[in-house]
Design a protein around this ligand. Sequence first.
Ligand code: HEM
Length: 472
Amino acid sequence: MVASVVERIPSAGTRPLAVPPAGSPLAPVMGDRGLPIVGHTIEFLDDALRHTRRYYEQLGTVFWLSTLGGSWVQVIGPAGLETVLANRDGAFSNKLGWDPLIGAFFDRSVMLMDLQEHRHHRRIMQQAFKRERLLAYLDMMNPAIRRGIARWEPGSAFHFYRAAKQLTLDIATEVFVGAQPSPEADRLNAAFIDVVVAGQAIIRADVRGGKWHRGLQSRRTLERYFHSQLPAKRASDGDDLFSVLCQADTEEGERFSDEDVVNHMMFTMMAAHDTSTITLTMMAYYLARHPAWQERLRAESQALEKDAISFDDLDALPSMDLVLKETLRMNAPVGTLARQAIMDTEIDGHYIPEGTKIMLGIYVTQRMEPWWRDPDTFDPDRFSDGRREDSSHKYAWTPFGGGSHKCLGMHFGSMEVKAIMHQLLLRNTWRIHAGYEPVLDYGTGPFPGDGLPIELRPLRPIAPETSDAKSS
Ligand code: HEM
């Protein structure tokens, strides 16, 4: 591997990020700055896939670029992802990686912690994601889903992404915060969206009127709200996440301080929101584009003969499972992860000096040839028992990350998407208009920038799958 990397001839204009120590068998990481000031940020936000494929052709699985205000080493491919995510020699820091991107809004969250401190907080937080907790969340979620979908007005230009965003916010209000929908809840939702949007802003400075500034103000609004509710939550034994984080403790009696609860609430709501919304929306898109799959899922849901799924039903919807996995492969909602090297180390035969900032390309890895066959084709059966294409490498399919920071809400997120999709399949059919192609923007991962207009109808049979059935 090292030899093949060293022999690769980088194109003109690229230069090494750092020169490996004398006698080192490692290759330098090659790359370039791109445009003055913005570097490659705009190209990446515009089409990360096309851009990364081009660099991979020239420079292989590890290269550096200027983006988001600094030089970042891009790592793609399962082997490199494993090196960094498994972090066996402790060379990579989550905190230092994520801090320049979202530290202003999500400092002291579990994702921005390392080593012993991270283990301590994660151990307590895990109490909120145990099986019995998930059962209770699902019980709270199902009525909220029923009410939410009942408000959807079928029509020929139904903006699915917007509706899904509102629905997941309403669910979060009840399941995470333990509050009922109200004007105050709407104000909190708006503040929460400001914080999420600010973390993805291109101009990352506290300029009055800018997204960053609004995000900081909104963060303070949410902090005040959570602090004001803390005494009541500490005293309650409610099933919402807020109450559960207040009560959570380990066998050794470790618990969260008030500050910890507020910080973890803020982050968990962010971590859950966009991810579930994007997954649900893109899944709806694929089911619209491939009506035979929509019918297959609907038949499974109807066969359950239940208006809403229970926890045990989650394994009784095998086609839903396949489609969910394929959706997460094609459109990883957290498409890029950040790290920083805290000692000299190596990735895929490349020299990575201490202090190097690293971006892990989850989305692009799951959409590239050497690691997936026909990666742009929607083919849920690739995950079926007979094929299991994801088993080519432990880190080939990593929409939830891996190693010690692997997503804590993995089961929660999957459960929420399935619970919503089940009710929707029983209630509505949907399709896209002929010739429609989604407009994908890039935030934490790809998302439909045009709101995904679909034709939503009350349930009736839909047209058979057409010849484009296997395209994306
Ligand atoms: C489809 C939905 C979701 C996807 C694709 C997803 C993806 C991810 C990924 C890739 C990470 C790893 C970040 C890193 O290593 O730097 C992560 C971490 C995390 N996620 Fe999720 N997530 C989803 C839903 C959720 C939900 C619903 C929750 C909470 C209810 C949640 C809570 C968290 C938390 C707390 C972490 C930090 C874990 C740690 O650092 O120890 N996620 N998620």
